[in-house]
Design a protein around this ligand. Sequence first.
Ligand SMILES: N[C@@H](CCC(=O)N[C@@H](CS)C(=O)NCC(=O)O)C(=O)O
Length: 250
Amino acid sequence: MSAAPSASVPRDPGLPFAIGERPVLVSHALCPYVQRAVIVLAEKGVDWQRVDIDLSNKPAWFTALSPTGQTPMLLLREGDAVLPLFESAVICDYLDETRAPALHPAAPLARARHRAWGEFASAMLNGIWQLYTAREEAGFLAARDTLRQRCERLESELARRAGGPWFGGAAFSVVDAAFGPVWRYFEVIDPIADTTLCERLPQLQQWRAALAQRPSVRQAVAPDYPGRLREFFARQGGWLGQRVAAAALG
Ligand SMILES: N[C@@H](CCC(=O)N[C@@H](CS)C(=O)NCC(=O)O)C(=O)O
């Protein structure tokens, strides 16, 4: 009698690419959650393969494999089966547990607190979504104010550290990878509509500057990312996107 296939393992997902020893990260060019995984992979020097998909026209193999239909999805081979892993925080934790060097703090409480702040980064990404989808300036400013309050909370947390430059102090950690994509948005947004999010928050400014210089963070997106993000904002048709479109015309 042959062994029963694992319930979650599609044996022939009809993938248009091969999966060998290298894990495959199913990605989208602008996805901030993808960037988290890309940064962690780079920090660990993992040999991996990127497959970009169009989220507005999801390929059938992706929909068949992904329970959420969201990027990132990490595809790993186990025997002749392909195992999909989804949710960026889980992907980063898995990579951290299986590939050296460990990025999360070793102490359980410190590690749990870092994970909690990683969730805070996700809440900030939701706030950024509200920023660029706001129809009117008032909505944009309201989203900006909520983000500013979150930045002030972050500043207090950063002030607790003994030294920097990273979230936890001297060592770059997974939570830094979670925030790199947050700050990257403002490299594009602020020249269009200055949010002054980090004004008078010196710890945050230093941390943000350090992240912007980190090779893994810098290289987590392609060189055409700023232009593509501006086009994406313009397509949203909100207040921010209208300013992008007006600048392109003027
Ligand atoms: N909680 C998820 C969020 C991922 C997410 O929102 N991905 C977006 C792109 S950035 C997506 O796939 N959207 C397409 C959809 O939801 O249909 C994670 O952390 O991985």
